[in-house]
Design a protein around this ligand. Structure first.
Ligand code: SF4
Length: 502
């Protein structure tokens, strides 16, 4: 065994426009092409000399090319997702046909939730990781025996063995990790990453890990990142920002893609004091609980936009999903952001517990009232490993149907006796239509495009993609209405319970 195995870290090829796997909290084919950076894979990549991070979809690397590339490596680390798992298993079979001695680890939330199912699905998988996998895969690549690696499951003498869990990394250890930026520079083309509401090109990385909030639908804090909020030191973050500014002079902004960037006021204010001196533009995730003073500190430090999970305009639904925030807090937060000139991209979800046709309309009205710069409307997805999944399965509201169609587009898989899947799907279209086809919003979009040619081209492509997917949703609803309906809803078998770390 060499000192370090030659390692390929793979965010696998998938459906066209599919934003899944290594950094997507909500894997699906989007309305408009968008890809997040595979941040989780950059840390082991940075600790393994001679490795390569291959982010196949944004770099347009297909199956055949991936198989060819993998031939040159001894160890493959593949970040799988619930939606992409079946396809990933087929891919590694093809890879193993050309490189039988390749070692393979599956990482990410899917294997975390279902280690046995993952290993049973394919003899080609040598081990699967749970929780944060940075050091688990590095230790294997450096020759440590499977029996001594914390936080993994593997096969031994025909049985599946689960090693003891790996403790989460804390501040000093987070600071000791390599910078994601170094790997972006080495292996990725930043122009390939496009997120409609972020400036292009951008890069993203984490300044913290975990989120203490308990939102029942949210996968990451319930699987790999945990509920303990762990921060990198201010100086460590500042050094990575400096490096990014140096490496990518063409970059228009940095996105701090933490589970939640603004959990604690003192840390946010301290970090912003330091970021201010670097004079650059950034955006981040945010919860609605920050006060005006904190939001102002962020604006003064260069904050341009926040992605905010407003989720619903119905107070009871926010309670049902343990959001820990109210409609009033959302309203005040967006208002304060506008006051200091920070834009908000509001995320909304249709089909959460308690949803009715009336609450969908209530949420649409709320969205129009707060009037975020842009919005995203998703169907509620009860991802395995989340409290929402267990609740929906227990209460019999989960349909045994795919989370996505063969193109990776989200499909409703929750249904209530009083709200059908077709009504939820129709609600998504209605939401987008009512929100975006308002004169003030149309003018806002046109105004941006008027002065910027790149923006004009991008908007054109996005409009085409958006209308295409809208038409597909309508088609799905029509076809689905023509299909005879089952009388009873089916529960799926109990899933492994959630592994929270709070
Ligand atoms: S606040 Fe955001 S990141 Fe945290 S649990 Fe809720 S949805 Fe997830």
């Amino acid at each position: 065994m060499p000192d370090v195995m030659k390692t390929l870290l793979l965010n696998p090829p998938s459906f066209e426009n599919f934003d899944g796997g290594a950094s997507s909290r909500w894997p699906a084919t989007r309305e408009i092409e968008s890809y997040w950076y595979p941040v989780w894979l950059t840390y082991p990549a940075g600790m393994l000399p001679g490795s390569r991070l291959l982010d196949a979809s944004p770099h347009k690397v297909n199956w055949q090319q991936t198989i060819e590339i993998a031939k040159d490596y001894e160890f493959l680390i593949l970040f799988t997702s619930t939606v992409g798992f079946g396809s990933d298993v087929k891919l590694i079979r093809k890879i193993k046909e050309t490189k039988p001695d390749l070692k393979i680890a599956f990482v990410g939330p899917y294997g975390h939730n279902k280690p046995e199912e993952t290993l049973n699905a394919s003899e080609d998988i040598d081990f699967v990781t749970q929780g944060e996998f940075d050091h688990s895969v590095v230790e294997f690549a450096r020759g440590k025996p499977l029996s001594e690696i914390l936080g993994i499951s593997y096969r031994k003498d025909g049985k599946i063995v689960h090693n003891a869990p790996r403790p989460q990394l804390h501040t000093v250890e987070l600071d000791a990790l390599p910078f994601a930026t170094e790997i972006y520079k080495r292996d990725l083309q930043i122009e390939r990453y496009n997120v409609p509401f972020l400036l292009h090109p951008f890069i993203s990385f984490y300044t913290t890990r975990g989120c203490p909030a308990l939102c029942t639908f949210c996968m990451w804090p319930q699987t790999i990142s945990g509920h303990a909020w762990r921060v990198r030191s201010v100086e460590n973050v500042a050094r990575e920002v400096e490096l990014a500014l140096e490496c990518f002079p063409q970059m228009k902004e940095i996105f701090f893609d933490d589970d939640t960037f603004n959990i604690r006021k003192d840390r946010v204010v301290e970090l912003c004091e330091r970021l201010k001196t670097l004079k650059f533009r950034w955006s981040s995730t945010a919860r609605v609980h920050s006060d005006y003073e904190t939001i102002k500190a962020m604006a003064d430090a260069g904050a341009r936009l926040f992605i905010v999970g407003l989720e619903s305009g119905a107070p009871q639904i926010l309670k049902n999903i343990k959001k820990g925030a109210t409609v009033e807090m959302g309203r005040a937060f967006v208002k304060n952001c506008k006051k200091v000139g920070i834009k908000v991209h509001g995320d909304f979800i249709i089909g959460l517990p308690g949803e009715t046709k009336e609450t969908i309309q209530q949420t649409i009205e709320f969205a129009k009232e707060v009037d975020c710069e842009t919005i995203q409307v998703s169907l509620a997805h009860a991802m395995p490993g989340t409290e929402l999944h267990d609740q929906m399965a227990r209460e019999g509201f989960l349909r045994v149907e795919a989370l996505a169609d063969t193109g990776g587009h989200q499909l409703p898989h929750i249904e209530y006796p009083h709200l059908s899947r077709e009504e939820m799907m129709a609600g998504v279209n209605q939401f987008y239509d009512e929100y975006y086809f308002r004169p003030r919003v149309v003018w806002r979009i046109v105004r941006e495009a008027l002065w910027d040619e790149h923006e004009r081209k991008r908007l054109y492509h996005e409009a085409v993609d958006f209308l295409k997917l809208r038409a597909e949703r309508l088609k799905w609803a029509r076809q689905s209405q023509g299909t005879p309906k089952k009388k009873t809803l089916i529960s799926v078998p109990e899933t492994r319970s959630v592994s929270a770390n709070d």
